[in-house]
Design a protein around this ligand. Structure first.
Ligand code: 2AM
Ligand code: CA
Length: 262
């Protein structure tokens, strides 16, 4: 199967998966959720996160039996290299929002081939907004092409999103926030990436994100002309947790040159 055929099949599979996932999530709003904590009291997982990942795993096994799956919950495979075809999934990004507010959470899924992000979706379930990026072919929101981001807009004309841990790591960010148009924080990394990718916000800076938090969003954001890296400027690899920034090109340069120095 060539790459384009694979992506076309992936789209077909994704349509069926997302329809089923949305129905399950909406039905779960009517029930009392079983909530467990993971690394700390605010790191949550529900049976919904686990169900959505296992549902996705079933789809991949049917459509692409040789592909590996790297996910946040009950990961099917221990991934130590990015060779071959790998699906990276966060079944619910923004679990705390899901539990507390029933909004501002997303399903995030990406297909990487030999380490290159080829196809990524971020689905804002409550808003029914589906963002899709395909390497070299741009990105869409609900089927409509998304415009590339501004080359001219800088920090002074932008809203910023930054978590407190990022500001602690790079204290000069406080000054960047002061000179910007203001600070926003939504609590779901993929939706924060989409706020930058669609040009609503100038940059999102975070201290500790996992590969599944950024895998799909990075493909979409880069297709729209955003710059994505670690806060240090290094490339993000999809095997390890770490810091991350996504920004409009000029905002990225200003932040890197003036505010992301220790
Ligand atoms: P999650 O909801 O899938 O855990 C805001 O808290 C963002 O950071 C969310 O996208 C959340 O993803 C992610 N996040 C929270 N705790 C994390 C952790 N310990 N490691 C990686 N990402 C985390
Ligand atoms: Ca998650």
């Amino acid at each position: 199967m060539d790459k384009q055929e694979m992506v076309e099949q992936a789209k077909q599979m994704m349509g069926l998966f997302l329809t089923e996932a949305k129905q399950y999530i909406e039905a779960s709003f009517e029930k009392k959720l079983q909530i467990e904590t993971k690394s700390n009291r605010n790191d949550l997982v529900t049976e919904v996160d686990q169900y959505i990942e296992s549902l996705f795993t079933r789809y991949v096994k049917q459509y692409f039996p040789t592909h590996r799956i790297f996910g946040e919950e009950k990961a099917e495979h221990q991934v130590e290299s990015l060779d071959g075809a790998i699906w990276i999934i966060d079944p619910i990004d923004g679990t705390l929002n899901f539990v507390e507010q029933k909004r501002d959470f997303a399903i995030s899924v990406a297909l990487y081939l030999d380490g290159v992000g080829e196809y990524g979706i971020v689905y804002d379930v409550a808003k029914d907004d589906l963002y899709i990026g395909e390497k070299g072919r741009g990105a869409t929101l609900n089927g409509q092409p998304i415009q590339k981001v501004s080359q001219e807009r800088g920090v002074a004309n932008s809203l910023l999103i930054a978590n407190l841990s990022a500001v602690k790591l790079y204290p000069k960010l406080e000054e960047a926030i002061r000179v910007s148009r203001g600070l926003r924080l939504y609590g779901a990394a993929s939706l924060e990436f989409m706020a930058v990718a669609t040009g609503r916000v100038g940059a999102y800076l975070a201290a500790n994100l996992a590969p599944w938090d950024v895998a799909a969003s990075k493909i979409i954001a880069e297709e729209l002309g955003c710059v994505v890296s670690r806060l240090s400027g290094e490339e993000i690899d999809m095997l390890h947790k770490g810091t991350s920034i996504v920004a409009l090109p000029k905002v990225y340069l200003e932040l890197r040159n003036s505010y992301l120095q220790k």
